[in-house]
Design a protein around this ligand. Sequence first.
Ligand code: SF4
Length: 406
Amino acid sequence: MSQEKDNLKNILRGRVFLKVEVDVYGVNIDFRLLKNLDLGGKHQEQVHALFEMDHVNHAEVKLPCDFSDEYGIIYPFHYDPRSSINIRYEDEQFFLYRDSKQLFPIKFGLRPKFYSLKTSDGTQMSTVAMYSYNPLDGGFVNIAYSNECSLKALGLDCLFCNANATKDTYADKEHISWKNPRQIGETVKAAIDLDDLQHVNITGGFVPERREVDYYVDVAEAIQEETGLEDFHGNAVIGAPADLSIIDKYKEAGYTYISTNLEVWDENFFKVICPGKHKECGGRENWLRSLEYEAEVFGRGHVRSSFVAGIEPKARTLEGIEYLAEKGIIGTCGIWCPNPGSKLEGHRTPTPEWHWDLHQKTYTIYKKAGFSYHDVLYTKPAPNDVMSDIFRVEEELLPVYKEVKE
Ligand code: SF4
């Protein structure tokens, strides 16, 4: 490798580490600077269709979704007024700062065109599908068919989750409600036509009586009907079913990927952190059985189980990721942000160094298991997480590599 390329790779690794810091600490901005952005016009605004990922609620103020640097790395905008990482506006340009030290200029993400359209029943499409984009892979939509979780009524919702609290804070203000299959089909069609949509993730909280499968099948049919695509590159995020043969129905309906999220690996943590997943779905054993059967039906590298990294000891999460990888299942290590309104609000996630080390070790496990960049990417709801950037940097996928000598 040339010295120039080597130097570039080291700079990019530094930027991805900074992205981990942005995830952990959030980012601060003086709200008065937002007048220099055209949120809801040229620039994309946050839509709270399932989770609030900012570190504090901001019901009265629209905030951006993400921002990018000169290398094309895209950072999440998770607002935190306590963070020393902050955004300023100087000479008609936004810059990222650490305390009072300027780091680099940034650009905020553009609003997709379909956000300004309505479905045939008059629903704003921006409330149906949350869009994110990466120049390498095009657009992804994350669609939460329900914006609540029935586990709350049983007092069994997961301790890190703020789906129901997000609904209470934002649903009326942002006109968010349940989506029907027709609204989803029409929105996906518009996003394909106007915004280079490449991947569809369908998710949502538990529904009473666990009738998810009927809903997912209807959604797949509506997307196929609207778009004319048999394979719409869809990922279905589901809870472990009591009857595993239900998993075949998702495949038959046209989903290419499937996800069943364990959230934590340790059996005792699972009981405490995810009491509803433990009590309502046959316990952790059934979650593991379900994942293994999903790998049989959907194939190696087409099944994901997310871990909310930082709740349990790192060694336990890594044990889970390794165990699943051996079975062809991608365990992911999303950075835990103690969300407002969750039962763990006020707790702290581990340090950026802790999360960085977990990501590096997870990447090594993926390589050993033979998972490709696209295997890992396409089981996810969005293309701009830390692990996707680790692949892009280590495997020299970013377009910026073409600008340096071999
Ligand atoms: S199952 Fe758990 S993580 Fe999923 S929406 Fe319900 S409470 Fe949240």
